[in-house]
Design a protein around this ligand. Structure first.
Ligand code: NAI
Length: 711
């Protein structure tokens, strides 16, 4: 074999190099070749020390997630690294691991079985397993607290965040930072260590494990942290339990406990959902008719029209990626307000230590506020973010068509409107595309890339490359009303409002949605986004509404009362000066009165009904979107919801969640609701078909990939 691990020599030091692009993930091959490398070295008495390094851009970035997923599904054996770790730790001469890039998960666990660790100054190391719903299962929960102490181990395993080399040195995770060439420095370090008479095994280091008295508050705080940042998740709690075992049990028993907990997490629905989310996000960039190597335009200068909430946020996202921006509005006051908001946001980043003042000044200097179109001809991206009005957007696109250079991408940030109609206002519809960012645009990762009927492949590929450069997830969607995210969101909003008209309250519905795992309840979301935004969207769409269908009654009322949400201090909720919300009896009374006037009978609404009405209607719409081809895969819809709508990762996205509930059950409930509430609950044909055939959206996706491959 010897394909992924090679051993080199420099005098009395052996250098074991893992070379498995792109990230040196540990699979069966790496494991076996490391085993035989260490076997061979053990017998070679001329070797006085061993250095473990990795080739390419990073040290081992973790276990092979494909293998983990197979094991999680029960379709493959789990790779147990324990014999290898034992071999390294029991090696008679010093073993030193040398980190560069990002050493993660199994990579760090392997390195902790070595006697020493060194690192480049800029490397990072962490145990991010919790992001996949699992825990470090290769003795990491047992060795990490022995090296860094119980508190830091709990923090690293619960947050999943890596630490940088200087912090790792302070904590004791590494023994030295190597300035200059890592290999040379690591070999010199190995020579130095080889002179020592003995080397302490990490498994025998107990000095940082604390006492029950000192540890107890750490575990309490860790569980509180988990409840806050990893709401409803089992893996962080399991990691804490495993660390607790490290602190209280002898080594061997600690390892057994870790194995038991790690296996349970690996087999959990949460792990499966999170692994699905991981692969779904990586899969969205695959567009069947767009080859990976299609040439793209390098976007270096952008012009944005509209300096409001979205225009300002998008300007920040662009300059943060090194793209200079012209920011245009049509009146000075709006422009000033927009620039002040950008400044305020950056000030917060400085306060939080995310950026230095110099960085912020440099970024502000890259944004050029103005009222006219000067300089637009030199931009290779013009992005429109004015009010959600078709007439206005068409007028603007007609104007920019006259000014834009020939290689310019013309993008709209519309959240619902028809991209083809907008494109029809130009002489070059093939260069027009939707780039639907989410608020706040400098933070939220999702961008729906809306492909119009005439949008060229080059422009789609360019936009996808740009979203990647911005550190965002670009999901290609088709041009239908609301695209994927908002098209599914509106029925969800509608059912939530119907539920309050039927007897629930906004806070009751929001609590159920929050407990389900959503980042926020829907009424809180409406208040944050603005009731006026909802109202405007509805106005634009009124001509499409079918007569005779039940419509939510409250949005218009709140809008007319000037209750626009957080920005006016009141919407569905009331807000204090710190934007903290409280339920508002005035709104609740108004809802009751509105329902009475509309003859809507009042009843007790159960949490179960809230979950079913809100999410099943969303799933039903998702099935329609899939069937109509506006999303390529169910997994793409999941990525939209996970990266842009605060859907909980451990449920895998709405379509994955549907599979986990069972499509038969969902169809049956939808049919029940159809009997009571009428045609807005008409089951999507694809949902009906899959449910009848006992299939899942995941299976539909797998077949879809086959269809793509054969095209
Ligand atoms: P906003 O009201 O905060 O900003 C709109 C800006 O456009 C204002 O500063 C206004 O002065 C300016 N403007 C209006 N007409 C103009 C013209 N003729 N020339 C130049 N500037 C003009 O609105 P927001 O929220 O930023 O929305 C903008 C677009 O982004 C809309 O299409 C909206 O649907 C979409 N969107 C909004 C999201 C949100 O959460 N607010 C999320 C995603 C998309």
């Amino acid at each position: 074999m010897n394909n992924v691990v090679r051993v080199e020599r420099q005098d009395e030091i052996a250098i074991v190099i893992i070379d498995k692009p792109p990230v040196n993930a540990i699979g069966q091959d790496v494991y076996e070749e490391l085993m035989s490398a260490f076997d061979a070295l053990q017998g070679d008495t001329s070797v006085k020390g061993v250095v473990i390094l990795a080739a390419g851009r990073t040290f081992i970035a973790g276990a092979d997630i494909k293998l983990l997923e197979l094991a999680a599904r029960g379709e493959g054996g789990r790779l147990y690294l324990h014999p290898l770790l034992e071999k390294i730790e029991n090696f008679a001469r010093p073993v030193i691991a040398g980190f560069h890039g990002t050493a993660l998960g199994g990579g760090v666990e392997l390195a902790m079985s070595a006697h020493y660790r060194v690192s480049t100054p800029d490397a990072q190391m962490g145990q991010p397993e919790v992001n996949l719903g699992i825990i470090p299962g290769a003795e990491g929960t047992q060795r990490l607290p022995r090296l860094v102490g119980v508190a830091a181990a709990v923090d690293m395993c619960v947050s999943g965040k890596p630490v940088k080399a200087p912090e790792a040195l302070k904590l004791g995770l590494i023994d030295r930072i190597i300035e200059g060439d890592l290999r040379t420095g690591a070999i010199a370090f190995a020579r130095e260590m080889a002179l020592r008479p003995s080397h302490v095994k990490t498994s025998e280091r107990n000095d940082k494990l604390g006492t029950p008295e000192t540890n107890s508050p750490i575990f309490v705080a860790g569980r509180e942290q988990a409840a806050k940042i990893r709401r409803n998740m089992t893996a962080p709690l399991a990691a804490i339990e495993a660390i607790q075992a490290a602190a209280t049990l002898p080594w061997k028993q600690g390892i057994e406990k870790e194995r038991e907990l790690a296996d349970a997490c690996l087999k959990s629905d949460q792990a499966l959902a999170l692994m699905h989310a991981f692969f779904a996000e990586r899969g969205v960039a695959k567009i069947p008719d767009i080859p990976k190597d299609l040439p793209t335009i390098d976007i270096r200068k952008a012009a944005i029209i509209g300096a409001g909430t979205m225009g300002g946020g998008i300007a920040m996202a662009l300059v943060n990626a090194g793209i200079s921006v012209i920011l245009k509005d049509n009146d000075q006051a709006s422009l000033d307000r927009g620039m002040a908001a950008i400044r305020r946001n950056y000030d917060v980043s400085v306060k939080r230590g995310r950026f230095t003042q110099e960085t912020v000044e440099a970024r502000m200097a890259m944004i050029h506020p103005q009222l006219g179109y000067d300089g637009f001809e030199t931009a290779n991206l013009i992005l429109e973010a004015v009010f959600e009005s078709m007439a206005l957007k068409k007028q603007i696109f007609a104007e920019i068509d006259k000014i834009a250079g020939p290689d310019c991408v013309l993008a709209s940030n519309t959240s619902t409107l028809d991209i083809d109609e907008i494109a029809s206002a130009t002489s070059r519809p093939e260069r027009v595309i939707g780039m639907h960012f989410f608020s706040p645009a400098n933070i939220m990762r999702l961008v729906e890339v809306v492909r119009g009927a005439k949008t060229s492949k080059e422009i789609v590929a360019t936009t996808l490359a740009l979203t990647k450069k911005l550190g965002k997830v670009g999901v290609v969607v088709g041009n239908c009303w609301g695209f994927v995210g908002n098209r599914m969101m509106f029925p969800y909003i509608r059912e939530a409002q119907f539920l309050v008209e039927e007897g629930a309250t906004p806070s009751m519905v929001d609590k159920v949605l929050f407990d389900f795992g959503m980042a926020m309840g829907i009424f809180a979301v409406d208040d944050m986004g603005g009731i006026d935004v909802l109202w405007r969207v509805r106005e634009e769409r009124k001509h499409l509404e079918k007569a005779g269908l039940r419509k939510p009654l409250m949005t218009d009322k709140l809008y007319k009362m000037g209750r626009l949400g957080q920005k006016t201090g009141a919407g569905w909720y009331r807000y204090d000066e710190n934007r903290k919300s409280t339920p508002d009896p005035e709104v609740e009374a108004l809802i009751v009165e509105t329902a009475r006037n509309a003859d809507i009978p009042q009843r007790t609404i159960t949490p179960e009904e809230i979950v079913e009405r809100c999410f099943y209607v969303m799933i039903n719409e998702g099935a329609r979107i899939l069937e109509e081809g506006y999303a390529l895969r169910a997994a793409d819809i999941d990525t939209v919801y996970l990266s842009g709508y605060g859907f909980p990762g451990y449920r895998g996205g709405p379509m994955w969640y549907a599979d986990s509930v069972g499509l038969k059950k969902i169809l049956q409930r939808i049919q029940d609701f159809q009997r009571v509430h009428g045609e807005q609950w008409e089951p999507a044909p694809l949902l009906r078909q899959l449910a009848d055939q006992g299939r899942t959206f995941a299976q539909w996706d797998a077949e879809q990939e086959k269809r793509f491959a054969s095209q």
